[in-house]
Design a protein around this ligand. Structure first.
Ligand SMILES: Nc1ncnc2c1ncn2[C@@H]1O[C@H](COP(=O)(O)OP(=O)(O)OP(=O)(O)O)[C@@H](O)[C@H]1O
Ligand SMILES: [Mg+2]
Length: 116
């Protein structure tokens, strides 16, 4: 069988709220995305959509369970994955070009190459 591109297996993700309580955003969540599939995650506000994407992109770790991309556990930010944030994530003190260049520069490209 072909390997799934994205796999979440019995994933839990808990947060500590500002008042110190434990909040379970994802509970025993399992899903797979196969190669070439186009998937939309739909649900009411607060149901855990962004949390799920953050786990897949490596922006946040699961509290328990497994998150796999291309068959390997996610262990940090994966530069192969593109992610458009729900809220804009721009540097307001930089120009449009400076914002576009920021990604390549943070990944180690020279400013001249990023600008080109
Ligand atoms: N960093 C955090 N600290 C504490 N609670 C959080 C944190 N991030 C998310 N949560 C909580 O986890 C739950 C899921 O949030 P999430 O942002 O994943 O929802 P969502 O489905 O993307 O909602 P929306 O449709 O509003 O974007 C919510 O109850 C939210 O308040
Ligand atoms: Mg969201």
């Amino acid at each position: 069988m072909a390997q799934s591109v994205i796999e979440l297996v019995h994933v839990n993700r808990r947060f500590v709220t500002p008042d110190g309580k434990s909040l379970t955003a994802l509970r025993d969540f399992t899903m797979t995305v196969e190669r070439g599939q186009f998937v939309a995650i739909v649900g009411p506000t607060g149901c855990g959509k962004s949390t799920t994407l953050n786990l897949i992109t490596g922006l946040a770790p699961a509290s328990s369970g497994q998150v796999l991309v291309m068959g390997k556990p996610v262990s940090g930010i994966d530069p192969r994955i593109g992610f458009v944030f729900q809220a804009d994530a721009l540097f307001p003190w930089k120009s449009v070009l400076g914002n576009v260049m920021a990604g390549p520069v943070f990944r180690g490209q020279s400013k001249a190459d990023a600008k080109a």
